[in-house]
Design a protein around this ligand. Structure first.
Ligand code: ADP
Ligand code: MG
Length: 728
């Protein structure tokens, strides 16, 4: 066994759980490190407090004088809690979070120092951000970028640093981050949904989108992970023969959580509590060493920030417990990968969940309005939604052998399907009193009862209605939720705007009653969006065929899927809603295709290195042992040695064959990489990496994995699947 593998394994076997101390009650520490309403009331003047709250609720601007007061209060609070530095905390287009710490400390005359943090530093900063991806925006405009405070996501202390959530934009106004378009989409959906809710409830003045994510991940022992260059550099295994035991016994899902892991989770949850991330659920997932964590849902922008923060906290806490967290969508071949379900709904400021049926027919009509409009929005923009979850790593789930498929469809369950079928029969034009009574009593009126025993669950659907929310299951576990949330909220906003215009037109021009008009428009939507509804098995070949007939897209790779992001339709949508302009949209596409090409490039290099520097030399060493053995047998048995040495000689040959194929594969892959790198057009380069380079991964891997089975375990240098997956 290689020294590295031996060392890693022995370290793993000797691990003891790292003890954690838990607070008496979690509720007492919840949000302790967050500059939330409670802290603001303590540290801000009445005016300052009011001004922040107005900015949060109404989106009003904060006056510079007031900002000075706020920063003073915030600084006092932070310093009292031991903070020494502050940072604008933002989400550039790398998908991760970015921070640059500055000390509160400042020198003054007389060799003295003070702690300083002014309104200017709170509101706006200019990080030297020339190395963040910008898709050409900042080159074109010669503009610098700046970060600006987002008061809707409260500041928090992480470690000893006060973190201020901000947007990141170019001086010319173009968004350079994930948060800016999200905030704009959320504002659009608020306006559009509030206008529609007013048909049913005049008291509503604001609608917020809610998001509850579910984060799946793998936990691997730190030493074992470090002994694998592929895990260290690409976040996943690029080779490795499957373990004899995988997940076939279903004995991990919801199983008892190993002590080491549980201690990690408890420690993590304590950190989350302090940071105000309302984590609630933890359990084992299907694959060995795979787990999930889910919070109570929150307003979407805050939930997105919390997920980004969580991923960072997880890395750090895992390290304390000698684990490495793998967020990759498919770290191991042959067993389940990880996703990040995005549970989504709309809620009013009066406390109503718009995707939850109510107690009266009118409330249910409101539910149906939002329910059907969402389905219609997904139907009309399925390609854009697919694009929003596309990434090199998520390609291993979508369209590969894992749920959900790359085809976007909506699952609603048999009973709601029946309701929609009934509604589809609504008379064209004004409804008779009998028809209305029938509808109210037997269709719309029955919904609450239906929902009570809504037990339908379809695990293969990418977008499923689950009783009081939709669940977008296609999001990848590494993703920043801002991307899919921007798209989903934008398309629903656009849909609600169109809906209102149509209903108002029927009322004004056809003299219809409001209910009649709503029923009429919804009926048409049900018909128009039928193709997106699918209740069957999303894995099967049959669905691929059927979806094709229905005209639904089925983009299996990221470069293909991303095209929808720069389609005329997408640009029109974003420009109409003021979410992004053409320059911003195209810049993002450029960044994403480039990132795709780079990721595949890195994986190709790592795979080539491991195959050449680890696998082949090990195979040769073992082959030499065999050769030595055959030589010995020849000495003993003379000319009849072939009979006793047959197996060994066969092995020697097999090893040579595999080595030859690996070398050939690597050479061809390198040739393709060289060709791809000459392509100046980033989209073309991404396609070349996808279609020409990536296919060699499977070929090379196949032969490496065969060698893993042939070669003496003692010589094999890389931690094996069984060790990575079954060490607790
Ligand atoms: P599962 O889908 O695995 O059965 P749960 O029922 O525990 O999981 O819920 C999943 C997630 O749905 C949680 O994060 C929860 O906060 C979220 N959720 C529940 N209601 C809503 C809602 N109205 N809006 C957004 N998310 C919600
Ligand atoms: Mg779920």
């Amino acid at each position: 066994m290689s020294t590295l593998r031996f060392k890693a394994l022995s370290e793993t076997f000797n691990r003891k759980p790292v003890p954690v101390s838990e607070p008496e009650r979690r509720s007492e520490i919840f949000g302790k490190n967050v500059f939330n309403e409670h802290a603001m009331r303590q540290y801000l003047t009445k005016d300052s407090f009011k001004s922040v709250m107005e900015a949060v609720v109404k989106g009003t601007k904060i006056d510079r004088n007031i900002a000075d007061h706020i920063s003073t209060g915030m600084k006092e609070w932070a310093i009292n809690k031991g903070a020494t530095h502050y940072t604008h905390w933002f989400q550039p287009l790398t998908g991760a979070t970015a921070e640059k710490h500055d000390a509160f400390f400042e020198t003054v005359e007389g060799g003295l120092a003070i702690e300083k943090f002014g309104g200017g530093q709170l509101v706006q900063q200019e990080p030297d951000a020339s190395s963040f991806p910008n898709g050409g925006i900042r080159n074109t405009f010669e503009a610098r970028g700046y970060t600006a405070w987002d008061p809707t996501s409260p500041a928090f202390i992480y470690g000893t640093t006060l973190c201020i959530p901000t947007v990141f934009v170019a001086y010319t106004g173009e968004a350079l981050d994930n948060k800016t378009p999200l905030l704009r989409a959320l504002q659009s959906v608020d306006q559009a949904a509030t206008a529609v809710v007013k048909y049913f409830d005049k008291n509503v003045t604001k609608v917020i989108a809610t998001l509850g994510w579910e984060q799946e991940y793998f936990l691997i022992d730190k030493s074992l992970a470090a002994a694998r260059p592929d895990i260290s550099l690409a976040g996943r295994t690029l080779l490795g023969h499957s373990s004899a035991k995988g997940q076939q016994l279903d004995d991990h899902y919801f199983g008892s959580i190993p002590v080491r892991v549980l201690n990690f989770m408890r420690d993590l949850e304590t950190e989350c509590m302090l940071l105000g991330i309302p984590v609630k659920t933890r359990h084992n997932e299907v694959a060995p060493n795979q787990f999930e964590l889910a919070p109570i849902f929150e307003e979407a922008n805050l939930a997105v920030d919390h997920n980004s923060l969580l991923m960072d906290v997880m890395d750090k806490v895992a390290d304390r417990h000698n684990f490495k967290v793998l967020f990759h969508e498919k770290p191991f071949a042959g067993i389940n990968g990880s996703g990040k379900h995005n549970n989504w709904s709309l809620a009013t400021d009066t406390g109503t969940n718009l995707l939850s049926p109510g107690s009266t027919p009118m409330k249910n009509l409101q539910f149906l309005t939002f329910f059907i409009n969402t389905i219609k929005a997904v139907n009309d923009y399925e390609e854009l939604l697919r694009a929003s979850i596309a990434s090199a790593s998520n390609d291993h789930r979508l369209g590969a052998n894992e749920a959900p498929p790359a085809i976007i469809s909506v699952f609603i369950g048999t009973q709601l399907t029946e309701v929609l079928n009934e509604l589809e029969k609504v008379t064209d034009g004004k409804l008779s009193p009998e028809e209305k009574t029938e509808l109210k009593l037997n269709v719309v009126g029955k919904i609450p009862e239906i929902m009570l025993d809504n037990t339908d669950r379809n695990r293969t659907s990418p977008f499923a209605f689950t009783g009081n929310k939709f669940e977008l299951r296609a999001v990848g576990s590494t993703a920043n939720c801002a991307n899919p949330m921007t798209v989903l909220n934008a398309v629903v906003a656009k849909q609600l705007i169109d809906f209102k215009a149509e209903v108002d037109a029927l009322i004004a021009e056809k003299d219809m009653k409001k209910d009649d008009a709503i029923f009429n428009v919804l009926r048409e939507y049900i018909k128009q969006s039928k193709r997106i509804r699918f209740e069957g098995d999303g894995y099967g070949q049959a669905w691929e065929k059927e979806a094709k007939k229905r005209g639904l897209s089925n983009y299996k790779t990221t470069p293909q899927a991303l095209k929808a992001k720069v389609s005329k339709k997408a640009i029109a949508l974003y420009e109409e809603l003021g979410i992004m302009n053409k320059v911003e949209i195209e810049a993002r596409h450029e960044i994403e295709v480039e990132e795709y090409a780079k990721r595949i490039q890195i994986e190709g290099r790592v795979l080539g290195d491991i195959a050449r520097n680890h696998v082949i030399p090990t195979a040769i060493r073992y082959q030499n042992i065999l050769i030595e053995n055959v030589r010995g047998l020849k000495e003993i048995y003379g000319t009849s040695f072939k009979k006793v040495a047959a197996e060994q000689m066969h092995l020697i040959e097999s090893i040579s064959e595999h080595i030859e194929k690996i070398n050939k594969g690597i050479n061809q892959m390198i040739d393709e990489r060289k060709k791809a790198n000459t392509l100046e057009d980033m989209e073309k380069r991404a396609f070349a990496y996808c279609d020409k380079v990536k296919p060699y991964f499977d070929v090379i891997r196949y032969h490496c994995d065969k060698l893993e089975l042939l070669v003496d375990d003692e010589l094999w240098p890389l931690a094996k699947y069984r060790e990575l997956l079954f060490t607790k």
